[in-house]
Design a protein around this ligand. Structure first.
Ligand code: PLP
Length: 372
């Protein structure tokens, strides 16, 4: 019973901060009146996935009644061997999204903050706010992380610093020397999370995913996903390379069976299929410069990309908005990503497609921009 002075109890209330979260909005998957649209809105692998991964997935059809190995020891071992890292320092997750959520839950408390770039990936902010932490956005320069601006946002309540490298939705890359400078400028109790979701698409000699830097550091976590170059987004599996103490702490709150049997076996097979990964990279390396050049030729402001997508800005002077272009493309069955939620209302993000898709994007956009 309430004491006479206490307010009447109403409905269950979420903890502070939850209602400030803007739920993650995935890339669109359908368009009205279009039977089979081409989805270029979620940076999925346009070539699908490895046939070896499909065979591995199919091979466990008779094991659906079984719980997986919660620690995913076979996958853990395969990653450790492939990347020459210690198996005990690997965190497996239901997608890397879950790894960000687990790190936030393990390291943040009310009043803490995280620092990320101005156009930082949405999942980081959701993970922070879910733990009553503040999200600090450092101004970017030419759509690229500015290390000095990031360091200027760090204060005594900062616990986690996130960068995706290459970044999403901008596609820009931060060179190894700048990643090192960012790390060197952080207090030792601030964790640097290097999200390498698109690392495999970047062959720039100045790029590093940070695994070597992380090896000897006590405050770096590097993540990789099977969702992008390996084309297994449906299976939700990613991994992080963390200091032992971090991996051990996270393991205490990890859901006991967070990666499934099909995900574990398909991920192992995907890693073994180097031919598929090489073909996926070659496809991006062939079409990324082409799409960049063609979109630029249409008068769009294209951001140089190191990933499997390209971000382009619409010139406001010409009176055609990105939102109109997105709708026009959708009406022709081409689904691309509006990025207004990232503070880029006049840009669109184009996942690189097959040749016919890329040519169709350029043709339809040309038609759109040509109409007055
Ligand atoms: C796609 C993506 C990921 C991968 O997410 P999963 O949960 O592993 O599918 C991580 N970070 C960024 C920036 C991404 O765009």
């Amino acid at each position: 019973m309430n004491a006479p002075s206490s307010p009447p109890r109403a409905a269950p209330a979420p903890r502070p901060g939850i209602l400030d979260i803007v739920a993650y909005k995935p890339g669109r998957a359908s368009a009205e009146g279009v039977e089979k649209p081409v989805k270029l809105s979620a940076n999925e692998n346009i070539l699908g996935c490895s046939p070896l991964a499909k065979a591995a997935f199919a091979s466990v059809m008779d094991e659906l009644s079984l719980y997986p190995d919660g620690r995913g020891n076979q996958l853990r071992g395969a990653i450790a061997e492939r990347y020459r890292i210690e198996p005990g320092r690997i965190i497996l997750g239901c997608g890397t999204d879950e790894i960000f959520a687990m790190l936030a839950q393990t390291y943040l408390q009310a009043g803490d903050n995280i620092v990320q770039g101005e156009y930082g990936f949405g999942a980081y902010g959701i993970a922070a706010r879910a733990n009553e932490a503040e999200v600090r956005m450092a101004t970017e320069r030419n759509y690229r992380i500015d290390v000095d601006a990031m360091l200027a946002e760090v204060d005594e309540r900062t616990r986690l610093v996130f960068i995706a490298n290459p970044a999403n939705p901008t596609g820009t890359m931060l060179p190894a020397s700048e990643v090192e400078r960012l790390h060197a400028g952080l207090p030792p109790d601030v964790m640097l999370i290097l999200d390498g979701a698109y690392a495999e698409f970047c062959s720039d000699p100045n790029f590093t995913d940070g695994l070597e830097l992380a090896r000897g550091a006590s405050n770096i976590v590097v993540t990789h996903t099977f969702s992008k170059i390996h084309g297994l987004a449906a299976l939700r599996v990613g991994w992080g390379y963390a200091p032992f103490a971090v991996a051990e702490a996270v393991d205490r709150l990890r859901l006991p069976f967070n990666t499934s049997i099909p995900a574990q076996v398909a991920a192992i097979a995907a890693m073994e299929d180097e031919e598929f990964a090489a073909r996926s990279l070659a496809h991006i390396e062939q079409w990324r410069p082409w799409l960049t050049q063609q979109l630029g030729g249409l008068g769009l402001e294209v951001v140089p990309s190191a990933a499997n997508f390209v971000l382009a800005g619409f010139p406001t002077a010409r009176g055609r908005t990105a939102a109109e272009a997105e709708a026009f493309l959708a009406s022709r069955g081409l689904l691309v990503r509006g990025v207004g939620g990232y503070g880029l209302p006049n840009h669109l993000r184009f996942t690189i497609g097959l040749e016919e898709h890329n040519r169709a994007i350029v043709e339809v956009l040309g038609e759109f921009l040509g109409r007055s």
